[in-house]
Design a protein. Structure first.
Length: 267
């Protein structure tokens, strides 16, 4: 997947929300020009063990760049936007997280491998630890309070064998951007987030055959979230307009599990 470029303003929610599934985010703003990889971690860890991970920050600005780094809790809203919070959530696992440093200054073109560590305490029950490491741009020539933009590196840590359990609660047609879209309401009865993957075959009302795949979005434990099915097209090709009703058959995957799908979507 190609890298994504965003124009970000101070504390822009859209940028941060997109980073839940972006491949390798590149963000620019005054005093902030960074390329970060990977932008998302999915790791497993046992209680009373430490796990160290590393992501790379590349400063691509023409001038020296300053950065502030810190952890944050986040919630995934029903409208698929993300809300970040400096305050500790009631079930926050951020006290288990150690970060390498809180401030960083990079020369133009410089790269820095940034380390963080997760250590769940003994006796932690099976659960998912979710947090973000915020990389916030600060103009090193001005007050450290002046912020140019920020990127959230999302971390999912499955503790003690925590896993998702996904099933289809309902199928429906939803209006998205003024157009009908085949939607799966996916329920997660497990204790870790899950994502649907794979491809299914579809035939629309005109008899046209399509290959379709689910939107890459997390379904968090205990929630039911709408996941859109969209046609698979080659890069640079237009997205075909689907005529409903739409018949879909095949199987989608989550982890090593399969989710059979044999249904018709009608407005």
């Amino acid at each position: 997947m190609s890298s994504l470029m965003f124009r970000c303003q101070r504390f822009e929610t859209l940028l941060l929300g997109c980073l839940l599934w972006a491949a390798a985010p590149f963000a620019t703003a005054q005093g902030f020009a960074a390329y970060i990889t990977p932008p998302r971690f999915n790791v497993k860890i046992a209680p009373d063990q430490s796990l160290r991970q590393v992501f790379e920050i590349q400063h691509v600005g023409q001038l020296k760049g300053g950065y502030r780094l810190y952890t944050a809790d986040w919630t995934y809203q029903p409208d698929n936007t993300v809300s970040f919070s400096d305050e500790l959530a009631p079930d926050s696992c951020r006290p288990w997280v150690a970060i390498e440093r809180r401030e960083l200054t990079l020369e133009p073109g410089a790269r820095y491998r940034y380390r963080f560590e997760i250590t769940p305490p003994p006796g932690t029950p099976a659960r998912e630890c979710r947090f973000a490491i915020m990389v916030e741009g600060v103009d090193p020539a001005k007050s450290s309070v002046e912020v140019g933009g920020r990127i959230g590196v999302i971390v999912y840590a499955a503790i003690g064998g925590a896993e998702p359990v996904l099933d289809i609660a309902a199928t429906r047609v939803a209006m998205v951007g003024g157009k009908p879209v085949a939607m799966l309401d996916i329920r997660n009865r497990g204790n870790a987030h899950g994502r649907l993957e794979g491809f299914v075959n579809a035939t629309d009302a005109t008899g046209r055959r399509l290959e379709m795949s689910p939107t890459d979005m997390p379904i968090l434990p205990g929630e039911t979230r709408g996941v859109a099915l969209g046609p698979v097209v080659d890069e640079g090709q237009p997205v075909p307009e689907i005529r409903f009703p739409l018949v879909v058959k095949g199987s989608l995957e989550w982890g090593k599990n399969r989710l059979p799908l044999d249904t018709s979507f009608a407005p």
